[in-house]
Ligand binder design. Structure first.
Ligand code: PEP
Ligand code: MG
Length: 758
């Protein structure tokens, strides 16, 4: 803003401040406002149009015929005023009548005025009115005048809201462009359907006051807020989860660039100088940037705009003290969460009964937040480009994470069609649920073990709901993720005991903590406090547990005590070499010896197993096999290491396929190398919960699957229809001579045999 604009705006704001504080009636206030603005800008006409019953109505004017007040009404998109409101943009015209949208209203007596400038009065990103000035003389308005008008429009927005001059119903029906249904495409990360209201993980801040009482104090508030924000961004850069590379790094770099941009701070300070509060100044500058950006049609710039929006919102949150996420504010019923991305711990903070779905701008199939969502039974649509540009807080959303799309602000017809599908889907689920007591036996008589993955206390119920054969993977780190501090031994014991009690005679495989990678804990940082460049391959899982032996000891004690008098199945994650298994087992044996000495009740039997997630271990299975009872293949990590493709990098989410000869041949070798041993072999990665993938695993000779509970019915159904001998033979052929597209080939094969029908 130039200094002329600052002065002009400041004069007007001082005048408006008095008007707003006065005890006048709202209409009288508006009449005074047009006088104050008109005088300060030396304009012959100053008018305010406000939205009433979907029309823009002339509410107050200086210079036009008074008889036109509350008489002249324009539809959205009609005339210059309607165009400004529709497009939320400023018009600056030397000859108003020459504009194609000009619509002459004789009752106003405006024919003698040639030039026209108008700005939208915006509330919640929608126009609720228009402020305009007119002159007899043909002239384009100077930038200073336009900026002053824009600032004043912000204040008017507060005034008319406080005075109840417009109602929110009207705002909701304004701006057809923004209210039109919108269909967004994405990647189905957790399948399912949901209907609900959009809730931003980080909500937009509401601005309470626009006009400042003490400009210097506002300046100080902004300086402090900027300091704090920069500190946060710098800290994020130091955090492991942001060191992964790819998009996070880019985002962070952009954030930093914006956070340290002097132009931005300067513009905010100028807006404060014109009389705004810190919050209003940030918003004012943001509005202006938004308007400019809207005119540029460039996807990359639009992305950057989201970054800036994110940051401006962060700044607003800091300055206004409205810091919490939607989780801390509490969800209303039927919420669909909107975010760029989420960490698993952040998702776990939400009330599962109220959260119906998640839509992310990023995300990938095996990132932990998605696994957590899957465990919670919440559909997730990811990789939705430009998401936050289309969805506003409170919008109605139909989430179709079966077909990879979401409808924002759906039409009644769309809702009806969706509800019909929803009902059908529930029927399908009911059919699967009715398979609860069906044993998964193949057509040729082989009993397949179908177990579930779990990690939360609430998951235990899924065991009886699905009729699964046990818990094949209990991710113990989830308890750590939801805790603010390291869970004490007693708490761990309690959880494990509850799980075992609920499982009864069915087996439960407890995996020791797999912390690190994308599952970071604020209270358990790397020793030197440094972030890691490559956390998925870094200090995580068993590596952490062995180095921080105390952690594993406590967990071992908790598990051994919880399993007193029963069988305990322990599984170690991310084992790369047999000696790692030896060391981990030694910790358990040490604790066992201690318990024995103190005459506590011991487990009836302990079965040790490992996860095969690191390809190197496959080369030493002959050495490991005699020591273990079972091996569970973690295809999520295994594939990321086999393909050298970060599982949480959205850019790689669709690049490699589980049904690739590379993975399937690798798995075949693992199966073959354990033939003749006493090691039970199974798969507990997400791969096993998908029909074609599960079929492939059966074809490879894997008869134990541990999958997400929602897939149990579907997989049991598949097993019952499958002829094991036939798929084994087909798989041998495909792996000997892989077809060009194994997925397509398998799909055709399975469809022809009716394996994919519901
Ligand atoms: C895996 O890596 O496949 C696995 C099951 O473990 P997680 O997804 O918890 O890393
Ligand atoms: Mg893993």
């Amino acid at each position: 803003m130039t200094s002329g604009a600052v002065d002009a705006a400041r004069n007007i704001l001082t005048g408006l401040h008095e008007v707003m504080a006065s005890r006048q009636h709202a209409q009288a206030k508006l009449n005074t406002v047009v006088e104050v603005i008109g005088e300060s800008l030396h304009s012959e006409v100053c008018s305010i149009y406000l939205l009433r019953e979907g029309m823009l109505e002339l509410f107050a004017t200086r210079g036009l015929a008074q008889e036109a007040v509350h008489v002249t009404r324009l539809a959205i998109g009609e005339g210059l005023v309607g165009t400004i409101a529709e497009k939320i943009e400023t018009l600056n015209l030397a000859e108003a009548a020459a504009h194609p949208d000009f619509s002459y209203r004789p009752e106003t007596g405006e024919e003698k005025f040639h030039s026209f400038a108008g700005v939208p009065i915006v509330r919640r990103e929608r126009a609720v009115g228009v402020l305009g000035v007119q002159h007899v003389e043909r002239r384009r308005y100077e930038e200073v005048e336009i900026e002053a008008l824009q600032t004043v429009a912000m204040v008017l927005s507060e005034l008319i809201t406080n005075a109840g001059l417009i109602d929110d119903e009207d705002t909701a029906s304004l701006d057809p462009a923004h209210n039109a249904p919108e269909q967004l495409r994405g990647l189905s990360l957790v399948k399912g359907l949901a209907q609900g209201t959009a809730v931003y993980h980080q909500p937009r801040v509401t601005i309470e006051h626009i006009v400042a009482q003490d400009t210097e104090a506002e300046r100080q508030r902004v300086i402090l807020a900027f300091d704090k924000m920069r500190e946060q961004i710098d800290r994020m850069a130091g955090q492991a989860e942001f060191g992964v590379g790819g998009e996070h790094e880019e985002v962070l770099e952009t954030y930093r660039m914006f956070a340290y941009d002097e132009g931005w701070t300067r513009r905010i300070n100028e807006a404060i100088d014109s009389g705004l509060t810190a919050e209003a100044a940030i918003e004012r500058v943001q509005q202006r940037t938004r308007m400019r950006m809207r005119q540029i049609d460039d996807a990359l710039l639009a992305d950057r705009m989201h970054d800036l929006e994110d940051l401006a919102n962060r700044l607003l949150r800091i300055v206004s003290g409205q810091i919490g996420t939607a989780a801390s504010l509490g969800l209303r019923n039927d919420a669909i969460l909107i975010a760029r991305n989420l960490g698993p711990a952040e998702l776990l903070e939400y009330d599962k009964r109220r959260l119906k779905g998640v839509v992310l701008e990023e995300g990938s199939l095996t990132s932990h937040v998605v696994i957590v969502a899957r465990a919670m039974g919440i559909p997730v649509l990811g990789r939705v480009r430009g998401l936050r540009g289309y969805v506003r807080e409170g919008d109605m959303l139909l989430l179709d994470a079966e077909q990879g799309m979401a409808t924002v602000r759906p039409s009644p017809g769309a809702i009806e069609a969706f509800e019909a599908r929803f009902a059908k889907n529930r029927e399908k689920q009911a059919v699967y649920a009715s398979m609860r007591d069906v044993e998964p036996v193949t057509k040729d008589g082989t009993r397949i073990q179908v177990r579930i993955n779990a990690g939360l206390r609430d998951d235990i119920a899924n065991l009886s709901l699905t009729g699964a054969d046990g818990i094949g993977l209990f991710r113990t780190e989830f308890q750590f993720l939801v805790s603010a501090t390291l869970p004490a031994r007693e708490r761990q014991t309690r959880l494990y005991r509850d799980v075992l009690d609920a499982a009864g005679s069915k087996p439960v495989v407890f995996r020791t903590v797999d912390i690190g990678g994308d599952k970071t804990l604020p209270y358990l940082r790397h020793d030197d406090g440094e972030g890691e460049e490559n956390p998925a391959m870094g200090w995580r899982a068993l590596r952490v547990a062995l180095e921080r032996e105390g952690l594993l000891k406590v967990q071992a004690r908790a598990l051994l005590e919880a399993a007193g008098g029963r069988e305990l199945n322990v599984m170690f994650p991310l084992v790369a070499e047999p000696w790692e298994f030896d060391e981990a087992k030694a910790v358990f044996e040490g604790q066992l010896a201690y318990l024995r000495k103190t005459k506590r009740m011991l487990p009836e039997a302990i079965r040790y197993g490992v996860m095969l997630e690191v390809p190197a271990l496959a080369e030493q299975l002959d050495i490991l096999a005699p020591k273990i009872s079972f091996l569970s293949i973690g295809t999520n990590d295994l594939t990321q290491f086999l393909f050298a493709a970060d599982r949480s990098n959205p850019k790689l989410a669709e690049r490699y396929d589980w049904l690739s000869p590379a993975i399937l041949r690798f798995l075949r070798r693992v199966v073959t190398s354990l033939e003749g041993s006493n090691v039970d072999i199974g798969v507990c990665g997400e791969m096993g919960g998908r029909r074609l993938e599960a079929l492939a695993l059966l074809g490879l000779g894997i008869h134990r699957l541990s999958i997400t509970p929602a897939s149990v019915g579907r997989i049991k159904d598949l097993v019952g229809k499958t002829d094991l001998g036939e798929i084994e033979a087909a798989m041998r052929g495909w792996l000997a001579e892989p077809p060009a597209n194994l997925r397509e080939t398998m799909h055709a094969w399975a469809s022809a045999r009716g394996l994919l029908t519901d």
